[in-house]
Structures are given as C-alpha cells and as structure tokens.
Design a protein around this ligand. Structure first.
Ligand code: ADP
Ligand code: MG
Length: 623
C-alpha cells in the first residue's frame, strides 16, 4: 500500500498515534533467541507471567514439530531435542527475515533446509516446511495462551522487543509472527530501550546509559540517551555469534579433552557434556564449586569443578565483548566517564566474572537490581501499558536508531547513502538525483541497506521504476527521492520528478520476507483461527490502517491547511467523509486508497515545508 507522509511533523518526526487506545489486555514480550518471556503491568507494576510447567517465567525458544498434532514449545521441546533433533527448531530468531541463500543463513545453519528459492528460509521439520516466522509464531502463541491461562483473560495486544540492530526485513518478520499468533503488535521496541524503561530511567530527567546484553547466542551493546523526555539509541554494536552457549561449548570441550574423547566425539557424549556444562556454569553463579558427573559410552568424569576453573575457560570469550563496547562508545562520541549508568541484560550477565569484567570496562558498578533475564520483558510491558492506556503526563516518546545505512544505487554500481546508520527513527531524508542520458524517460530506483560502498556488498531491499520523466537534456531532470523510516523501523521510499510531479512510491517489503498474500494464507490456514472469521480480522486491520490515515490527515489539515486551495481541501474532506462512512472491508480499502490518492500532493507540500524547516538555520557543514 502507498502511504503518504502526512503524519510527518516539522523536522520529519512522525506522530505516534494509537487509534486502538484503551481496549483489551496488552502485554510485553521478549522474543529471545534462547528464552522468551511475557510480562504485564498490573496496578502500575510490571511482572513476568508464569509460562513454564513449574511456574517459571522463561520459555525456552524451542519448537518441536510432530507429524500431525500440535507442535511442542518450551522446555519439553528443548530437553527432548536429542530424541528428535531433525524436528526440533532452536534459535530461529537468527533466521528471521533471512533468505535461504543469505550467506549468514549458510554460515549459521546446521538445519535441514527445504529448497533455496531466494525467499524466506524454510526448515524441514515434522514432515513439513516451516518458516522462521511460523516457528516464532508458535513461541508467541504459547506465550499468549499460557499468559491467558495464568490471567484468565484474553491477551490481544503486545509490544514485542527486537534487537536494536534488526533490519527492515527482520522487523517485518517479527511483526508477521505476532500477527500469525493472533496478536495485534502495538509496536516493536528495541531490547536495550525496553531494559532502560524497566529501570525507570525515563523518570530521571537526563542521562546516558550503556546496555550490556549477553544472552545465549548473541552479544549486544547499546548506548542510550535520554534528552528532554526523548529516548534515543545513540549507537549499537555487538557480536552475533557470542553468548552463553559458547561458554557451554568451551567448558564441554575441556570435559571432552579430559576424557580423551575421540574427535569428533559421539553425539550422546557431546550432548551430555553440554548439558553438564550449562548446569555447572549456572550453579557457579552462587556456588564456588560444584560436582560434575558425566558417564556416557564408557567415558566418565566425576569431580569437583570450581568457579575459578570455569572463569579461566570463558575469559577469552568474555574479553571479546570489550571491542564492540569501545566501538559503540566511540560511535556515540563518548568515553566511559560520560555515562550515567550501565545496565546488565541477559542470563549470561549473572556470571560474577562477566559482571566484574563490565565493572572494569566501564569503570563503574553496573545496575543489576532487576533480574537480567526479565528486564527486557518488564520494560516491554511498561511500554505496552502506555500504548494501550489513555495518554498520561510524563509518558515517554521512544526513539530508536537505524541499525544500517539506507541508500540508493547510483551510476557505476555505487551506493549513495541517504540515511546514515545510527540515525534516530522515525526519520526522513530527501536527496535530489538527475538523469545521465539526454531524453532519459525513466529512472530505476534500487534501494539498499548496508555500510559498504558497492551495491554488490550491500543488501538489496527493493527496486522500482519512475516513469514519465519529460524529455530533457542529461542532468536537467530533478528527481527527489525521499526515504521515510517509521517508528517500527519500516521504510518507505518515494521518487518524484519535480517538473511534472510524477511520483512513484514503495513501502519496502523485502522479497526475502513473507508477502502479504503469504501471511494472509497462513492466517487462513492456521488451526488457531479456523473457527474465527478471518475476514473480520482483516476488516479490523483495514479499519486501524484507515483510522491512522484519517487521524494523520486531520492533523495535517489543522496544521498545514494553508498549503491547500479551497478545491483541494474540499476533495480531501469528501474523501475523509467516505472513509468514515465505509463499512465493509472492500469499502474501507477503497476509501483508504482514495484518501491516500487525494492527499498525496498535500503530503509532498508538507514534506517540502518540513524539510525546509528542518534545514533552515543549519550550517552547511551539518548537512
Ligand atoms: P537470549 O536473550 O539469547 O534469549 P537469555 O538472556 O535468556 O538469552 O540468556 C540465556 C543464557 O544465559 C544461557 O546461555 C544460559 O545458560 C545463561 N545463564 C542463565 N543463568 C545463568 C547463570 N546463573 N550464570 C551464567 N549464565 C547463565
Ligand atoms: Mg535477550
């Protein structure tokens, strides 16, 4: 769908509106690589809900598919993995929004893939094909159902957290998973921002914080700044293949070496060592020494294992978190002394050695009053509470940061960056391009994401063609290309030839994600919704979309109505009226499209005004 930018306020910020305010139960969800959690604000305080068979709050992010029958999610799936390795999917978050032939997919994977057709990754499990989005939806569905059981109420909406570095495709995939799980995704929130919210750092007036997040398989560091009530993620960094699982592996390696196990060692022995390593590692947070016992295939260990010994083994891995922290600080133009605090996130930061390392690295005592496993989910619940309730004084507007630069292909296969990485979102930027041939009638717009200079090294997000450029000598046509990134990090690109006003626009839906049709098909097929009226759900969504556009348009008319002639204004008001009168899905969609069309020119004028304002009074150096 083409969405005009009428919601752009001066400076390019989008107003964040929630037309569904005040209805239903809204939770916060930390959809983790290793573990997932769900939390809810009750009586003004967030708490994690029990989702484990034993009343625990961590749901291992593991799904086992079975021939026929519902998938098994959580601890049973994780612990049963050795019995059904081919049907058990873990760490699917790593594959969200990735295509089967993505180099990252090939590097990470020990899974069985079904066909690499350039589209989303598909796993073979339980005798069927499963996309990462579907597997994530199973995890979200399990969280939702178990939360509903714990609360005896329906859970309809959620704020879901994503790593700050997640790109457009990965965010879109996460949203799709939420929808498939029957949740209305109020907002995607970046994990470090959620952690800061849980600590109530928004309540203090100003401050700069580092969030150090060491989970099961990933390390992320973020620098957050709170200025005048606005949270900004200033810089991010990390290591996508470093976490507690690696600690388990080096410890297990030591056990294997001690038993003089052959290489490669038998699978059962490796598994026994990994499980023992994880348990010992976790227990050594409190204990100084734990007994380890392994007895598999004639090889055995039975001895005490000390914290000091473990710390020697994991030290080189912990050390590897230093460089990304220094780089993120440098990107933000800061030194450790500039920070007001350091927040610990992720199960692995429970290890005393990690805590000590962070203390030395940042030269201060890190905050760890809130359980580092739960802090992200708790913060997401706080945000869900804000978005689903009535507006209150002091609510924080959250701004995230773009993880990778966005740009366009120009002559010679070179990427021209339009929005640099680490820009605060929502954001927009416009750049003028020209034709390179005399009388060139069309221009190809190729949208890319990444830091490298050459198109071949960046990730292709979308391509479209602007036609109808008037015949002009080379270099005389002026094509303004505008990139707009919304609060969820989703991109829309518009190209406009200035003399004719010919405009083309795409909302970037990367080809390696799921198409709208695919998501709709999955919605239809999903057993969960078999009894429900899918049409009603689609109508509700069309309605929400329509309401967004209506509210934005009304705001635009109030603020910038002077940009319109009386006739233009009448046309927009007529379109608003038919949208208000629309009842069916068909009518709503048509009326939305008509309003979209009627406001397009207005949107561009507002955009120009906003850009004019944003650039006014700035030094050339700033641009
Ligand atoms: P993710 O964000 O990847 O889902 P989590 O934040 O849940 O991951 O962290 C999971 C990791 O934390 C696992 O490797 C687990 O072994 C580790 N972990 C949990 N508790 C402890 C502990 N007490 N000491 C050390 N590591 C721990
Ligand atoms: Mg996490």
């Amino acid at each position: 769908m083409i969405t005009p930018p009428p919601a752009a306020a001066p400076g390019g910020l989008l107003q964040i509106l929630d037309p569904m305010a005040g209805r239903g139960l809204a939770v916060g969800i930390d959809l983790g690589t290793t573990n997932s959690l769900v939390a809810l604000v009750e009586n003004g305080r967030p708490r994690c809900l029990p989702v484990d068979e034993d009343g625990g709050v961590l749901l291992p992010s593991v799904v086992r598919y079975r021939d026929g029958g519902d998938p098994v999610v959580g601890r049973r799936a994780r612990d049963g993995a050795p019995l059904a390795p081919a049907d058990t999917l873990a760490s699917v978050k790593r594959f969200m929004g990735r295509s089967a032939d993505d180099p990252e997919t090939r590097r990470l994977s020990t899974w069985r893939f079904a066909g690499g057709d350039g589209r989303s990754v598909r796993f073979l499990a339980g005798g069927r094909q499963v996309t990462p989005v579907e597997a994530s939806a199973e995890i979200l569905r399990a969280l939702r159902r178990r939360a509903e059981a714990a609360l005896s109420r329906r859970v309809e909406k959620a704020v879901i957290t994503v790593p700050a570095y997640f790109d457009d495709a990965q965010r879109q995939a996460t949203k799709d998973a939420g929808r498939l799980a029957g949740l209305e995704v109020l907002r995607l929130l970046s994990e470090p921002t959620a952690a800061a919210l849980a600590y109530g750092l928004d309540k203090g007036a100003q401050g700069t914080f580092a969030v150090y997040d060491l989970g099961g398989g990933t390390f992320d560091v973020s620098i957050l700044q709170l200025v005048e009530g606005i949270f900004q993620v200033k810089a991010i960094g990390g290591d996508s293949v470093l976490g507690g699982d690696d600690f388990d592996r080096v410890i297990a390696q030591a056990f294997l070496a001690e038993m003089a196990a052959p290489s490669p060692a038998p699978e059962a022995l490796v598994h026994a060592c990994l499980v023992t390593a994880r348990r010992a590692k976790e227990a050594l947070t409190l204990a100084r020494e734990v007994p380890v016992k392994i007895d598999s295939g004639g090889r055995r260990i039975d001895r005490a294992f000390s914290r000091a010994e473990m710390e020697r083994l994991i030290a080189p891995l912990v050390e590897r978190t230093a460089a990304p922290c220094r780089r993120a600080l440098a990107d933000a133009g800061l030194t450790p002394a500039d920070l007001d605090g350091v927040i610990l996130v992720g199960g692995s930061t429970r290890a005393p050695a990690v805590r000590e390392f962070v203390r030395r690295l940042f030269d201060r005592e890190p905050l760890h009053d809130i359980d580092p496993d739960q802090v992200v989910a708790l913060g997401a619940a706080v945000q869900a509470d804000i978005l689903s309730g009535p507006r209150r004084q002091g609510d924080v507007l959250l701004l995230d940061v773009l993880p990778l630069s966005l740009g366009l292909e120009t002559m010679g296969g070179v990427v021209e960056k339009i929005i640099p990485r680490n820009s605060t979102i929502p954001t927009s930027a416009t750049q003028i391009f020209t034709t390179f041939a005399d009388g060139q009638p069309a221009m190809d717009v190729h949208v890319l994401q990444g830091e490298r200079e050459l198109v071949a090294d960046c990730r292709s997000l979308a391509r479209f063609r602007l036609e109808g450029i008037p015949p002009l000598p080379a270099g005389n046509a002026r094509v303004a290309v505008t990139f707009q990134v919304d609060a969820d990090g989703l991109l829309q690109v518009t190209a406009r030839e200035e003399s004719t006003g010919v405009t083309q626009s795409v909302t970037v839906k990367p080809s390696h994600g799921l198409s709208d049709e695919e998501v709709e098909r999955m919605l239809r097929e999903s057993i969960e919704h078999a009894g429900e009226d899918v049409q009603a759900r689609l109508s509700a969504e069309a309605r929400v979309e329509a309401d967004r556009l209506r509210v934005a348009t009304e705001g635009a008319l109030a603020g910038d109505g002077d940009l319109l002639s009386a006739g233009e204004r009448a046309r927009i008001e007529a379109a608003l009226a038919s949208l208000a009168a629309a009842e069916s899905l068909e009518q709503t969609r048509e009326a939305t499209a008509a309003l979209d069309e009627a406001t397009r020119e207005f949107a561009h004028r507002r955009m120009d005004r906003a850009i004019g304002r944003a650039f006014a009074g700035r030094k050339v150096d700033d641009l």
